[in-house]
Ligand binder design. Structure first.
Ligand SMILES: Cc1cc2nc3c(=O)[nH]c(=O)nc-3n(C[C@H](O)[C@H](O)[C@H](O)COP(=O)(O)OP(=O)(O)OC[C@H]3O[C@@H](n4cnc5c(N)ncnc54)[C@H](O)[C@@H]3O)c2cc1C
Length: 385
């Protein structure tokens, strides 16, 4: 995970898996309090596009979502591997060639390496995905999945020390609650508030000409949310150096694996962040793949076909589904999804019933993160195969 300073949600489905991997103790140390099995506010939703915003819904559940500072989560995960694998940093993959016996990797620094199975976890701009689609002859139909496409949205992000927000607005709800007027929740043992505000500028697939991520003046962030409620203004005021992210994704792929090459994480299903699920899906890929590999470890060479087929059949339908749902969830929160005609941002008197219905749909869209488990889905899929 490349991004350093921002929050990352881990939903109960992913948390359960991290616990099974024995990471509960080390990861819980990063939280102010361990997740409790009691009614907890997951998010408070507000109609915030007007002065004096309105509370629309409190999403309450027994299983809490856990929220980390991305760099802290990443460090804890890397630390947990200590002594069990070797990292070779500063090696950028340029291309690979596959023979019947192995995969030969060529790096930008001139290094060459060989392996019997290549797992491409090289992110949204994946070189492995590009090469795999071209070499596998699976390109037909997947042409639009090689390069990421702009979703038409941008997101402003920033982190605020909690104490600063308290000084600027002592009773700001975000000092106590995770909120959705923008997406706002506490990280780093609840000492920092993570803020993300997304805006649609164009339709999916439009051309984005600027840098993908850049620091922007605070005034740009303020302008996009002019007229929004006071708490939103206070959040923006507290962010000295906001960043602007053009949100990219790929189109769902028709294969996640071919011969000796497997795609994992954003390289397989880079998605927009509206379900807060991209990193979680990457972790699921890793968990399922590790389990499949361990089952075939005695005859890896003889079982390559089974390994790639199982992985692809188990992970692709779910990864692709989350990818598309994430995009649609974004359209819902921007009031541009089909069926939301009649709702528009900034409307002081919108049809409230429709707004409540929308929030019910949005919350239900996360049911999978509560009601399903990777382990049981995986066991059932393996049994079927
Ligand atoms: C605004 C925003 C908010 C988000 N919030 C959440 C959230 O709350 N919860 C959640 O689950 N997800 C969230 N995500 C999504 C999440 O950030 C990604 O899905 C996740 O980082 C994907 O992990 P990855 O390891 O597959 O890819 P990456 O994190 O992109 O890591 C890829 C790695 O590969 C390396 N690499 C790239 N190319 C090469 C090459 N050629 N050779 C060698 N190495 C290479 C990179 O340096 C990097 O280290 C969010 C994303 C955004 C933009």
């Amino acid at each position: 995970m490349t991004e350093v300073g921002a929050g990352v949600h881990v939903w109960p489905r992913t948390w359960e898996m991290l616990k099974r991997l024995g990471l509960e103790e080390s990861l819980t140390k990063l939280l102010a309090t361990p997740p409790k099995n009691e009614p907890t506010i997951i998010f408070q939703f507000r109609k915030a596009d007007q002065p004096g915003g309105v509370l629309l819904k409190e999403w309450i559940s027994n299983d809490a979502a856990v929220r980390f500072h991305r760099a802290e989560l990443q460090k804890a995960l890397v630390d947990s591997l200590e002594g069990r694998c070797r990292f070779h940093l500063s090696c950028r993959l340029q291309s690979y060639e596959e023979t019947n016996e192995q995969v030969r990797l060529r790096f930008e620094n001139g290094l060459i390496a060989e392996c019997n199975l290549l797992i491409g976890a090289d992110g949204i701009k994946s070189v492995v995905r590009k090469e795999m689609l071209q070499k596998s002859g699976r390109l037909k139909g997947d042409e639009g999945s090689i390069e990421p496409i702009w979703s038409g949205e941008i997101a402003y992000r920033g982190l605020i020390p909690l104490e600063r927000l308290k000084q600027v607005m002592p009773n700001h709800r975000a000092t106590k609650l995770p909120m959705m007027h923008m997406v706002v929740y506490p990280i780093t043992q609840e000492s920092v508030v993570n803020v993300v505000g997304s805006v649609r500028l164009a339709d999916e697939g439009a051309l984005w000409a600027g840098p993908q991520v850049t620091e922007v003046p605070k005034e740009e962030f303020e302008q996009r949310f002019t007229g929004w409620e006071e708490e939103v203004q206070a959040l923006i005021k507290c962010i000295d150096k906001p960043t602007r992210w053009a949100l990219f994704a790929i189109r769902p792929l028709s294969c996640y694996a071919h011969q000796r090459v497997i795609l994992l994480g954003d390289s397989a299903h880079a998605m927009t962040p509206h379900l807060g699920a991209g990193a979680g899906q990457a972790i699921e890929d890793g968990y399922v793949l590790a389990d499949i590999l361990s089952k075939y470890s005695l005859d890896l060479e003889g079982s390559l076909k089974e390994i790639t087929t199982h992985y692809d059949r188990i992970r692709r339908p779910f990864g692709n589904w989350v990818l598309r749902e994430s995009y649609i969830q974004g359209m819902r929160s921007e009031l541009t999804a089909p069926g939301l005609e009649g709702l528009k941002e900034g409307d002081a008197k919108p049809p409230m019933e429709k707004l409540y219905e929308l929030l019910e749909t949005m919350v239900r869209t996360w049911d999978w993160a509560w009601d399903t488990s990777v382990a049981s889905q995986h066991t059932k899929a393996i049994a079927k195969l």
